[in-house]
Design a protein around this ligand. Sequence first.
Ligand code: M6R
Length: 366
Amino acid sequence: EKGGYDHFMLKEIYEQPRSIRDCMRGRIYPAEGKVQLGGIKEFAEKLKNIDRIIIVACGTSWHAGLVGEYLIEEYARIPVEVEYASEFRYRNPIITEKDVVIAISQSGETADTMAAIEMAKEKGATIFGVCNVVGASIPRITHAGVYTHAGPEIGVASTKAFTAQVTVLTLMAFYMAQQKGTIVNSKLVELLTELDCIPEKIHHALESNEQIKTIAEKFKDSRNCLFLGRGSGFPVALEGALKLKEISYIHAEGYPAAEMKHGPIALIDEEMPVVFIATKNSSYEKVISNIQEVKARKGVVIAIVTEGDTDVKKMADYCIEIPDASEAFLPLLATIPLQLLSYHIAVLRGCNVDQPRNLAKSVTVE
Ligand code: M6R
């Protein structure tokens, strides 16, 4: 049942080229520059006039929500707020009929996310679900939704469900942009054509597995680890840190790279591995200066870089390459090496990767 892999987590990491393909199937038409989302079609008109979007979720799904925020604001120009479901539900938040709430949940059973939905529904908001498990509770209490179609995820640490959530949110951002006319068709043709090639690029990113295993050996005894990124590299950093802490029990934190000098920089010494999302995008130069700051304090830098990068390579102790892509798709690619890194570190530490201590696959109590 593990398909020849040692753990479900590894199997699920390797399934991503396929799960992302499944997630896009029948939804994108690159040549026409068109996105079709049957699940939310009846709200197509409404989407032209909404005031804002509130994304609610927990854990990894909340990280996917942060990526969604960048994409929806960038392409559809709709203000987005991303909330922890557990905080949102107890805050007496301001919600109107003109709001759309997107609830993201792999299992579709998370108690806090369900309660947040019920509350927003009572206040008149339109609720969309982004779920993986077909027919779960959340898809039943939402007005509409888009399934991620990643297939069953057994490992407690979310991997393929996360990248499928990010894919769905990317499609939603493009769909809303198309409805609102905030994107020209030629641009959508370009983006969808590229998105169509992402599964292939993920396949390519997975080829760094052996190299990542070697790097994991060097860091298996670390006590702390910092993950830094900017822009949509920031949610990727948060996700990388969560993956590492939940399966290897190494204390890890994700931060926006620029926040480093507002506190975390004090932690940096020769014992401190710092993982940077340092791909070639709009924040590349800024990330490079953050790397220099870490090196100046003798931190050990592991950088996720774009294939062919030369600048970061001069500074970082270890570089893991991923294929080049437009900024919109970087989170999908940059997540892959971080999943593999935490997987290998956890295995080398003898941890129960698929069933980490104290954790359940779905959190059905608050
Ligand atoms: O099923 P959900 O997506 O609602 O679950 C939310 C979190 O419990 C979940 O993402 C958790 O953080 C994972 N263990 C992360 O790998």
